[in-house]
Design a binder for this molecule. Structure first.
Ligand code: AMP
Length: 282
């Protein structure tokens, strides 16, 4: 595996592959790799000749009160995992390389950037869109692989690629969960043992709401409010719980068949997000 820490080195490394027109699948991450990331990389390997993985804890997507400093950084272990998976290149740039002082450009996907997770994290999705756009330009992948775990992020990236005419296929991969349904996340390491057990309720609440919709409960506002109340009663501080259309994340109407329920909630010091996507039976 090639290990690139500078843009120049990345260009030099990609040069040979480009010369031979080899396809590249790209998996952007913030590191602290777990089975969710590993699934993305395994799928990426089936989609192109070369697989590039980036590890970059992107300062631009963290707010003042977010966990940028304490975000888990485990580069050595991550490198071992990537070697074992036979990834072709690990790109681990410095923040100075990515955001030189003279930089003035931000990529912003209105209006989605300001909804759902964007409400509690203003500027977060501008940070995400900007770093992903920069990485796409640097790596020029044929395909990029993202987790459905971050459903709003995945949707936003698809919109950005469409709007900017970027010639990149975006692939969403199903969420990998532990045996109790908790979505794997680097932030789960912040949870205490008790909180880890409590956290399972987030996916249970999503599943319960899905069952209500599938069994023809039509009052979406009531389903959302009941879920919020249940999460509060279980010790969460919910941010939102929204039943949406899965293609554009607009609030779902009764005629919509492709649904995703999105939620974010705090548990102690940890912010958890999850979602469930499904087709309504006709
Ligand atoms: P992160 O390192 O958290 O920025 O995540 C990098 C990529 O891994 C993103 O596309 C995430 O959506 C994806 N990802 C994170 N957790 C999971 C999971 N449990 N299952 C599948 N994909 C995931």
């Amino acid at each position: 595996m090639i290990y690139s820490t500078s843009i120049q080195n990345l260009h030099d490394s990609l040069h040979e592959w480009r010369k031979h027109q080899e396809s590249i699948a790209f998996v952007p991450t913030m590191g602290n790799l777990h089975a969710g990331h590993i699934e993305l990389i395994k799928i990426a390997k089936t989609k192109a000749k070369r697989v590039v993985v980036s590890i970059f804890v992107n300062p631009l997507q963290f707010g003042e009160h977010d966990d940028f400093t304490r975000y888990p950084r485990t580069l050595e272990e991550d490198s071992r995992i990537l070697e074992a998976l036979d990834a072709d290149l690990l790109f681990h740039p410095t923040a100075q390389d990515i955001y030189p002082e003279k930089a003035q450009t931000i990529v912003s996907v209105h209006n989605l950037a300001n909804q759902y997770c964007g409400v509690a994290r203003p500027g977060h999705f501008d940070g995400v869109a900007t770093i992903v756009c920069k990485l796409f330009n640097l790596i020029t992948p044929t395909i990029a692989v993202f987790g459905c775990k971050d459903f709003q992020q995945l949707t936003l990236i698809k919109i950005m690629v469409r709007d900017l005419h970027l010639p990149i296929e975006i692939l969403g991969v199903k969420t990998i969960r532990d045996t109790h349904g908790l979505a794997l996340s680097s932030r789960n390491s912040y949870l205490t043992e008790d909180e880890t057990k409590q956290a399972r309720l987030l996916y249970q609440t999503l599943t319960h709401a899905k069952e209500k919709i599938i069994t023809h409960h039509t009052d979406f506002t009531k389903i959302e409010q009941t879920a919020i109340d249940n999460l509060k009663a279980a010790g969460f501080t919910p941010e939102y719980f929204k039943i949406c259309r899965s293609n554009d994340l607009e609030p779902a109407q009764l005629i919509d068949n492709e649904i995703v329920i999105l939620t974010a909630a705090r548990l102690g010091k940890t912010r958890l997000i999850d979602n469930i996507a499904f087709s309504k039976p006709v």
